[in-house]
Write a protein that binds this ligand. Structure first.
Ligand SMILES: [Zn+2]
Length: 107
């Protein structure tokens, strides 16, 4: 047993995020791992999905991931021009026809 101030399910969630990041396991792969763990986890052990685990890390650490809209050609971050509709360098549009950013950057 690992000594940790975290609950078993919080520790498991953070460990799974760590493994997925360092081993570059896809979200689909992590979904399958979660299903396997849920099948064998003892009663009372929660196996969080990826989104819930990430939120847990944010709450526990106070470090939040930011999402920025960027040019699809990676030449401009719209944080510098929040109302901009096209890249000032390559003139590519920022949004698709449904109003979604064509690319995003997580920091
Ligand atoms: Zn551009």
């Amino acid at each position: 047993m690992v000594e940790t101030p975290l609950s078993e399910h919080d520790y498991l969630a953070m460990a799974m995020l760590d493994v997925s990041h360092h081993r570059r396991i896809t979200r689909e792969g992590m979904k399958e791992m979660r299903q396997l763990m849920m099948a064998v986890a003892g009663p009372g052990i929660k196996v969080y999905d990826h989104r819930t685990a990430r939120k847990l890390v944010e709450v526990k650490t106070g470090i939040y991931q930011r999402q920025y809209s960027v040019c699809r050609n990676q030449c401009f971050c719209f944080a510098a021009d929040p109302d901009g509709a096209e890249c000032p360098y390559c003139l590519q549009p920022r949004y698709d026809d449904k109003g979604r950013s064509l690319d995003e950057f997580f920091y």
